[in-house]
Design a protein around this ligand. Sequence first.
Ligand code: AMP
Length: 175
Amino acid sequence: MSIDTIQKLIRDVPDFPKPGILFKDITPVLQDADGLRAMVEIFVGRWRDMGIEKVVGIESRGFLIGAPVAVELGLGLGLVRKAGKLPFERIQRSYDLEYGSATLEAQVDLVRKGERVVVVDDLLATGGTARATVELVRELGGEVVECGFLIELGFLPGRQVLDDMGVPVFAPIAF
Ligand code: AMP
């Protein structure tokens, strides 16, 4: 399946979760056997030969991409979650997102010092979520080799935010 075909499966839902937001719904991609496999293979192909040591997924759709990608790469999956979900000793970052604000947390054993990780989520918008995640990984001593998103909203500054942090962005689909 081509990237174009995956793109056609992404559903636009206007005014969700707030008026004025055009929500990019990836559930039709996940529910399509070929779409799901193709989505995973895009990331696996990208990261297979980059010396990556761990995949870090951002709650919650980043988990759905990160877990199968990690399995295919023969790597483990680290979780960055919304505040209050992780049980062990943890650090946190608050940040603004396209709609509202939030706090993300990572457990202190998320990464080893110097570990080469990729961060994955479904969509890059303002970049606040990804920036907070990169800060968490870096605070714990990890090296973010790249951030990957199925979708990038090119009219928002997410790519610039990550570029300013020295983090490359991989996003096969842009709107
Ligand atoms: P941001 O921090 O602004 O880059 O927002 C990224 C996070 O919010 C990701 O976890 C996305 O899943 C979610 N998100 C933001 N905007 C949208 C949108 N228009 N459609 C779907 N998800 C979105």
